[in-house]
Design a binder for this molecule. Structure first.
Ligand code: ADP
Ligand code: MG
Length: 675
């Protein structure tokens, strides 16, 4: 392994960034702000922190490198610790939500931008850091965008106070360097010239402007991928899809087809025997992710089926072919429904360009777009809209308020969100009792900000804690914080079987709602001697439940700490456990209340009055006619609007809360926001 480390280390000298090493170190030394751009794969993320570390730039504090995606933070930290020959978690470590692999000794710390925000909450002047690198700036994730402004403030504070210099480096693949530079006092931009090879682009015309259903594009992607495999010369394939379930479906289909066909093709005198199919998405286990970077055995073609994570955050070597679905899963604030919704939307043209470019890193490549030119022209925007302009700002605004930033409208945003989005966030915070009428953070708001959870879940959890029934709510919050608990197989046989098993769990849990079902799975696994076997039998992702165990422990620790530090409210109750859970949920989810209207459809009560249906994955699907009022955790929009993770409630529980939805005046809030 020592030998492989050495060769890999010499590999890193071949990266484009290596030739600019000394100049880069110099530039960081000379400037407070610096922007570094360069093609994806040029070595920014893995190399620059090492250069700065070795140049002794972090003698007075560590280097923090932020990433919008947790997987990127973890894999990159693994890679860099390996290159440096140190154990992960020592000199090189990472921290992502619910997973901290760093110590006091960690000098290069890769972390999500969300974790960096939390560090600022804990220590405004970031005294443990000498350099903060905001990586993947082009992604324009909500938290990175807020960090742009916050670090500007931190900096002015630090340069007046302590002697140790504090530096900010912003790294991005391309894009908007001028805007960033003028935002940071016209700081210099360091460009790493990249070498790229031409990529031939082809429209396969299988998707037109009207196709948006995932079952359509998954099939077409599979078809094109198999065509590439059978017709094209050796070289690995990278397929861009939208999310875990679509990726798993596509991989299943690829496996299935690969079984039927005999994979032994002689293409241009090169035998490509088989297809090594590897999924890649955010919540995948890390050991499985490592496989992605390893070269395929001789004569075998590697085919990575990935989310957007492979567009810029992670670079896989040896990719010659891209198959682009043209879609991405994106969190958007839907003003019709008044909620944030994870939607499948067409990518932007710049994103399409970025995806295609992945095939031209080491040699000329080809990009197969399953969609038509017409689709590209009519459905795709030029650029992706920054997250801050399209999602709920509730958490971020609470963070800013807790940092003492009262004027949240004139905060230095790189791109300002629409004022009404800020007002919506303030209104929600007011509804959760996190801020008062004057826009000041309440005691409850200060407790809420401590939890790395969405505000509604935190509100429910704090209510449960006040009632002394956190043992019921903690597991639910944990289960809602991990991905996909229930396995939903693609093949019809599996689907039936899974459905029966899930119904059994529901029946066991009293069959009353989806939250109690999550609690039931959690408790069943914890009580079982063979939880993995139990999960397998019941079509449950054991890995997800295992992470929920860890999340639950961490949430419990936060709660315990808050209880010790604060004078915690106590309330009394007398009702059953499941009723208690439902009442607590109402406190957090009264913004997501619906009442049954006609037939199986429900009408939301937040003033939008949208018509929604219960999603087939809910244990209440089919029970609609027996229901009246419900709350729901999230919304899924396909051709219809579905609510998922549903719980029936009694009107009395929300009766006093619902007026809060309309009580406060937007005008009052806007002046409060601007004070
Ligand atoms: P950039 O940040 O400029 O996009 P990176 O520093 O992420 O570039 O990647 C530089 C090189 O390191 C890439 O060519 C990639 O192949 C390699 N690399 C990065 N992470 C890993 C990993 N986990 N395993 C193997 N190679 C990796
Ligand atoms: Mg990078």
């Amino acid at each position: 392994s020592e030998k492989s480390r050495k060769t890999e280390h010499s590999e890193s000298r071949k990266l484009p960034i290596y030739q600019h090493k000394d100049k880069l170190i110099q530039a960081v030394k000379e400037n407070t702000f610096l922007i570094v751009t360069g093609e994806t794969g040029s070595g920014k993320t893995t190399q620059l922190p090492q250069y700065l570390f070795k140049a002794g730039l972090c003698r007075n504090g560590r280097i923090g490198v932020t990433q919008p995606r947790r997987v990127a933070a973890i894999t990159v930290a693994q890679r860099v610790s390996h290159e440096m020959g140190v154990r992960l978690g020592e000199e090189v470590g990472y921290q992502v939500r619910f997973d901290d692999c760093s110590t006091k000794e960690t000098m290069i710390k890769y972390m999500t931008d969300g974790c960096m925000l939390r560090e600022i909450l804990a220590d405004r002047s970031l005294s443990q850091y000498s350099i903060v690198i905001l990586d993947e700036a082009h992604e324009r994730s909500l938290n990175t965008d807020v960090l742009f402004g916050l670090l500007k403030k931190t900096l002015s504070k630090r340069s007046h106070g302590r002697k140790t210099p504090f530096k900010v480096v912003v790294m991005s693949a391309t894009l908007e360097t001028e805007k960033l530079s003028s935002f940071y006092e016209n700081c210099p931009v360091f460009t790493i010239p990249g070498r790229t090879y031409p990529v031939k682009e082809k429209f396969c015309n299988l998707i037109g402007p009207k196709d948006k259903d995932s079952s359509v594009y998954v099939k077409e992607v599979v078809k094109v991928t198999l065509d590439v495999h059978t017709n094209e010369a050796a070289g690995d394939i990278l397929v861009f899809l939208t999310g875990q379930s679509e990726i798993e479906k596509a991989c299943d289909l690829l496996f299935e087809k690969a079984e039927i066909l005999d994979y032994r093709y002689d293409v241009h005198d090169q035998t490509v025997e088989g297809l090594l199919i590897l999924p890649l998405y955010g919540s995948m286990p890390t050991d499985q992710q490592r496989q992605i970077f390893q070269p395929a055995p001789k004569g075998v073609r590697k085919c990575v089926v990935a989310t957007n994570i492979a567009a810029t955050s992670l670079t896989i070597d040896g990719i010659s072919y891209i198959v682009d679905s043209g879609f991405v899963k994106q969190l958007n604030h839907n003003s019709n429904v008044g909620l944030d919704i994870l939607e499948v939307v067409p990518i932007s043209k710049s994103e399409a360009q970025q995806r295609a470019g992945r095939a031209g890193r080491t040699s000329a490549g080809k990009c197969f777009r399953i969609y038509s030119k017409d689709f590209c022209d009519t459905c795709m925007l030029e650029y992706t809209i920054p997250e801050i302009q399209r999602t709920s700002l509730t958490s971020v605004i609470l963070t800013l308020k807790c940092l003492g930033i009262h004027d949240v409208i004139r905060f230095p945003y790189l791109d300002s969100p629409e004022e009404r989005f800020i007002l919506t966030a303030l209104k929600q915070l007011y509804q959760y009792d996190a801020i008062d009428r004057r826009g000041d953070v309440t005691r409850l708001g200060r407790l809420m900000v401590e939890f790395p959870l969405p505000p509604n879940l935190t509100r429910a959890l704090l209510k449960a804690a006040a009632l002394g029934c956190e043992d019921v709510m903690l597991p639910v919050a944990a289960m809602l914080s991990v991905e996909n608990i229930f396995i939903r197989p693609g093949k019809p046989e599996g689907q039936k079987e899974a459905e029966i098993r899930h119904k059994e769990i529901a029946a066991c849990a009293g069959g009353s709602n989806d939250f109690i079902m999550l609690l039931s799975v959690f408790e069943k696994c914890r009580a079982s001697d063979h939880p993995s076997a139990w999960c397998k039998e019941h079509w449950i992702h054991w890995r997800a439940v295992k992470s929920a165990f860890s999340v639950e422990t961490q949430l419990r620790e936060i709660l315990l700490r808050l209880k010790q530090q604060n004078d915690f409210p106590h309330e009394t109750f007398d009702c059953s456990r499941s009723e208690l859970l439902r009442q607590c949920l109402c406190l957090g989810y009264f913004t997501n209340v619906a009442r049954r209207s006609i037939g199986k459809s429900f009408c939301t009560m937040d003033g939008h009055g949208s018509s929604v249906l219960i999603h087939p994955s809910s244990c209440l699907f089919g029970e609609e006619l027996h229901l009246d009022w419900i709350i729901f955790h999230d919304v899924l929009v396909t051709s219809r609007v579905y609510v998922r993770t549903v719980c029936p409630i009694r009107y009395e529980w929300v009766k006093d809360l619902l007026p809060k939805l309309h009580e406060i005046d937007v005008y009052e809030l806007s002046s409060v926001a601007r004070e």
